[in-house]
Design a protein around this ligand. Structure first.
Ligand SMILES: [Zn+2]
Ligand SMILES: [Zn+2]
Length: 445
């Protein structure tokens, strides 16, 4: 029986042997971005890789997710290594898809590569571990194309606007006990821990008015667009009343303002995200926003239809899990290479959803890029740092978790404390979702 150190040495040697392939995979996906729930090419590549590894992947999970299992030599907990499939929409990004505008401006391409890399390494030692490893390519982490996702939701094709919650709801994490992924960072040390993420609600907002000639007889119209702008002004008036501790962010896009500039707009649509550090603060901010939306409708006599869904639950690294991961990062890279992430919130991840049901860790790895996430210049400039190094860190962490009868994994699960069951998770999500049609008074019923 090999020691954990010997197993880790084998794992790292195998990952190093495949380093060029891992880098090539990260770069290929970077050059072929696909947004959430549409990641068919990327999913097919992952499925092919799993098959080539001798695994039997499940495909089409939450539309595009791909999952495979490496079976341990003895029973024990199951650790999942995740990679997010999806990109953003940043049309002026240098690696944007010229047709769709999709672009990997959040580095998820490296996650798929690091997940595959970790699997290649762990494959060589899995028979000596007590527990399984699930390799899981997961869809739709980014909350984009809200209108389209809401229409999928209307049609019953999905329930959730983001992928991990959709997978949890469908039971695809029922056979997983712990989950990890490594995201790329901005100007971070090689590996950094302690990220926090706001929870987020998402809204589809439709103002309904009445069209009329904008020059000849505007008085006969009801402007859905003016109702929206009054509502936006009211939302902005609320910003100073949010507490600093709640780190509330409210963003909106006007996705449809009207149809003819010569007509009073009869239909104006927005998509919105409302982020906050706690579920309570998410609810409070959402109620303020809804009042503002109703206020805009009332001011102009328009109607407003508000559909609210959860995008993300609040996130933080599970500390016991992060400790094991940090020990491995330190062993591999040295103490100077392992850092803490400043307590800046405002961003979000659906690892928050997964963290509600099991211990999770979400370190950030260096990307070789110092420009902002989600910007038009962010990409994985250093794919070795972004994909190969995280593959080693995650694989060695799994070895520690599942060696020696999986004592470390059991300890992490126990120290992490109680989590929500799937049913409770679904109830929480459903309690935050809402749908309302408010009449501003002039359109009639
Ligand atoms: Zn992102
Ligand atoms: Zn991301």
């Amino acid at each position: 029986m090999s020691t954990a150190s010997e197993l880790k040495a084998r794992v790292c040697a195998e990952i190093e042997r495949h380093a060029a392939e891992i880098v090539a995979l990260s770069d290929d996906i970077m050059r072929h971005p696909e947004t959430g729930y549409r990641e068919t090419r990327t999913a097919a590549i992952v499925a092919d890789r799993f098959t080539a590894m001798g695994l039997s992947p499940q495909t089409g999970l939450a539309r595009t997710g791909v999952k495979a299992r490496l079976r341990g030599g003895a029973p024990g907990p199951t650790v999942a290594i995740l990679g997010e499939l999806d990109s953003l929409l940043i049309p002026d990004h240098p690696y944007a898809d010229p047709v769709t505008g999709a672009a990997h401006a959040c580095g998820h391409n490296a996650q798929i590569a690091s997940m595959i890399g970790a699997g290649l390494g762990l494959r060589t030692v899995i028979g000596e571990l007590a527990g399984d490893v699930v390799l899981f390519a997961v869809p739709a982490e980014e909350c984009v194309e809200v209108g389209w996702r809401m229409s999928l939701r209307d049609n019953g094709e999905i329930h959730q606007t983001t992928g991990k919650a959709e997978l949890i709801r469908a039971g695809h994490f029922d056979d997983v006990d712990l989950a990890m992924l490594t995201h790329t960072g901005v100007d971070t040390p090689p590996i950094a821990f302690g990220m926090r993420g706001n929870g987020s609600l998402v809204k589809r907002v439709r103002f309904h008015g009445r069209a009329a000639h904008a020059g000849g007889m505007p008085w006969a119209g009801i402007s859905a667009y003016k109702a929206a702008t009054v509502a936006i002004a009211a939302i902005d008036a609320h910003r100073e009343f949010f507490t600093d501790a709640d780190a509330v962010r409210v963003h909106h896009l006007i996705t449809h303002s009207g149809d003819s500039v010569s007509a009073i707009p009869a239909r104006t649509e927005l998509e919105m995200m409302i982020r906050a550090r706690t579920v309570e603060a998410m609810r409070d901010a959402s109620e303020r926003v809804d009042r503002a939306l109703r206020g805009g409708a009332l001011a102009m006599g328009a109607d407003v239809e508000i559909t609210t869904a959860v995008a993300y639950l609040p996130f933080r690294d599970d500390e016991p899990f992060a400790e094991v991961t940090a020990v491995n990062a330190t062993e591999l890279l040295g103490a100077d290479a392992v850092g803490r992430i400043p307590d800046l919130t405002g961003g979000s991840t659906d690892m928050g959803d997964l963290g509600a049901v099991m211990p999770v860790v979400h370190p950030l790895a260096a990307s070789g890029c110092a420009t902002p996430f989600h910007g038009n210049a962010y990409y994985t400039a250093d794919p070795v740092a972004a994909a190969v190094v995280p593959a080693k860190v995650m694989a060695c962490t799994v070895v520690d978790l599942l060696a020696d009868g999986a004592a470390a994994a059991r300890s992490v699960i126990e120290r992490s404390g109680p989590k929500l069951g799937r049913e409770e998770f679904v109830r929480l999500h459903d309690s935050l979702a809402d749908s309302e049609y408010f009449r501003g008074g002039l359109l009639g019923t």
